[in-house]
Design a protein around this ligand. Structure first.
Ligand code: AMP
Length: 249
């Protein structure tokens, strides 16, 4: 079985994002970019399934600018066998990404697609669900555990207040939650090996998919900065402050 793992290049999670001065989005110029952390977890899970003999090949795919090659090389250094880069200068919406992934699924015929549960830049949390819908496949979202049991994939889903156990027929779409695993670091020898692994580049226009935006961003604003705290001497002073100054009780 082949596993397809979509990986997105996003602003590194250690960087505090800065809103562009024209309010059109977040500054990415000259900013450190990395693989979306949930996608690292997805790659790790796919590689583990290959190591267990469940999968035979792991293919990473990214849709984005030329530099997304680096993200794919990281996926290959973690253990993916080859990669596909779909070149697009536009920041596409989940529906457009899901439609492109559907075309790649038709080409590659994987038994499983493992995505991150969400990309930390736009926090959409939609691509995996849309892909499953477009394909008519079952979906195991927010996966905290993935096991193959008698030819079906058993997924423990992280839900409010607990876990939900579901069983899916293959092919299926899975989205990785934080507790699914701890991704490995790519070792230097594996980084070197990844340079020689195949990376195919396709132009977004060649896939015959309507990726036009359905949404327009009205504005992006930074959260208001927090004002300094006030130290009060007693409970009655606190109540007075909350009632008469903050007017919250
Ligand atoms: P989102 O729905 O945007 O929060 O993204 C959910 C998941 O879809 C991500 O964790 C990735 O696995 C995948 N994904 C989203 N955008 C892209 C992209 N441009 N290239 C590859 N995978 C993507």
């Amino acid at each position: 079985m082949k596993i397809l793992v979509p990986v997105k290049r996003v602003v590194d999670y250690n960087i505090k994002p800065r809103v562009k001065t024209d309010g059109s989005g977040v500054e990415t110029e000259g900013i450190k970019m990395s693989m979306n952390p949930f996608d690292e977890i997805a790659v790790e899970e796919a590689v583990r399934l290959k190591e267990k003999g469940v999968a035979t090949e792991v293919v990473a795919v990214s849709i984005g600018v030329q530099q997304a090659q680096d993200t794919l090389r990281t996926a290959m250094a973690m253990g993916a066998d080859r990669s596909i880069l779909v070149l697009s200068e536009e920041n596409l919406e989940p529906l457009g990404i899901a439609k492109l992934l559907k075309v790649l699924v038709a080409r590659e015929k994987p038994g499983m697609v493992i995505l991150g549960k969400q990309a930390i830049d736009d926090d959409m949390n939609a691509t995996g669900q849309m892909l499953a819908g477009l394909l008519g496949w079952g979906q195991g979202t927010f996966a905290g555990k993935v096991d193959m049991v008698a030819g079906q994939v058993h997924v423990s889903r992280e839900i409010d207040g607990g876990t939900q156990e579901i069983s899916l027929r293959l092919p299926a779409v899975i989205t990785a939650d934080l507790r699914l695993n701890e991704p490995r670091y790519a070792s230097l020898p594996n980084i070197m090996k990844a340079r020689k692994k195949p990376l195919e580049t396709l132009d977004v226009g060649s896939l015959g998919v309507d990726v036009a935006s359905r949404l327009s961003i009205v504005s992006v604003t930074a959260p208001p900065s927090r004002s300094a705290g006030v130290r009060v001497g007693s409970v009655s002073e606190l109540v007075e402050h909350l009632r008469y100054e903050q007017k919250v009780i």
